[in-house]
Ligand binder design. Structure first.
Ligand SMILES: [Zn+2]
Length: 316
């Protein structure tokens, strides 16, 4: 069996607790895993159990005092969770969950790079990290929007420092602006960062640049498949090809789906297949490993189907 496609998943992610009725609930991951494990849908993908990183790994993106302060706030076992902001919960098992999420990305990068030569013989290494909580709203010093640490931002800087990659691309198709990743990548202006998002919803008002390496592209409510695919093709993928990425990290959020309760876009599963397929094609062109991390997506049934469609696109 070829080993080019990996899913990093730990059942411990379910132990990150949130308030009753909170959209970022354990049922999200449960639905995804049940869906892709049934009817042999994950055929060809190897399941990997991540190890935890040391908390210092987050210092790739966050100041040490922020990391220490957040871990110092962890409730004791049996104590109720706390709120880090109006909607970001932090429970006794959340420390473990974020260290596993960081570990998923770190291991995915290490595997992609160390086995690169072998993998390239059969295809591009593709990894999908199925974790909770999401991370793309966490800024260097601020936990917000369900996010505490910027996993993808950490991973981009880790890939650069550990493997001397100069052209690191980060693509974010969550319906909310990846403000945290943009903030974290502020010191790395030559990394390519693209984020498409519905305008004027959370986190409205954050810095969103648009230049040769930053593609922060607001979309109106009711954006449909045609407009969305054109935007990605014309304003992201064509520039990404010029950039010739050495590594592609993806903040994979599925809340632009038409059924999602947190936004008002009109995407369907096929749009996520399109993204996976195009990302894979460009990755193949430049021999760039792909490492995707789950961000949002809050209609559990549509989320599971959308994740599967994206994975099919990546594996096509
Ligand atoms: Zn989102």
């Amino acid at each position: 069996m070829s080993d080019n496609e990996r899913i990093y998943y730990s059942s411990c992610f379910q132990e990150h607790q949130v308030s009753l009725g909170h959209p970022e609930c354990p049922e999200r991951l449960q639905a995804i895993v049940e869906f892709i494990q049934s009817e042999n849908r994950a055929k060809g993908w190897q399941w990997c159990e991540p190890q935890m990183v040391q908390s210092q790994w987050f210092e790739y993106a966050h100041p040490s005092e922020y990391v220490k302060q957040i871990f110092a706030l962890l409730p004791d076992e049996g104590e109720p969770f706390i709120y880090l902001d109006g909607d970001t919960c932090w429970s006794s098992q959340s420390g473990k969950a974020v260290l596993l999420a960081g570990g998923s990305l770190k291991e995915a990068i290490d595997w992609s790079m160390s086995d690169k030569k072998d993998c390239m013989r059969n295809g591009i290494p593709i990894s999908f990290c199925l974790s909770r909580p999401p991370g793309h709203h966490a800024e260097r010093m601020v936990a917000m929007g369900f996010c505490v640490f910027g996993f993808v931002g950490c991973a981009a800087i880790y890939a650069h420092r550990q493997y001397a990659l100069e052209r690191v691309a980060v693509l974010d198709f969550d319906v909310h602006h990846g403000n945290g990743t943009e903030d974290i990548l502020g010191d790395y202006p030559t990394f390519f960062f693209a984020s498409t998002y519905q305008q004027a919803i959370f986190p409205a008002g954050t810095i969103a640049q648009n230049n040769v390496y930053r593609k922060c592209l607001p979309m109106p409510a009711q954006t449909d498949s045609c407009a969305f695919q054109s935007l990605w093709e014309n304003d992201v993928f064509s520039q990404l090809m010029d950039y010739q990425p050495q590594c592609i990290l993806v903040s994979a959020g599925f809340d632009a789906h038409r059924n999602d309760p947190l936004a008002n876009c009109l995407l369907i599963e096929e749009d996520f297949y399109f993204l996976g397929k195009r990302i894979k094609e460009i990755a193949t062109m430049y021999q760039a490993p792909v490492i995707a991390n789950l961000e949002g997506g809050y209609h559990v049934d549509s989320l599971a189907k959308s994740v599967y469609a994206f994975m099919q696109g990546l594996a096509h």
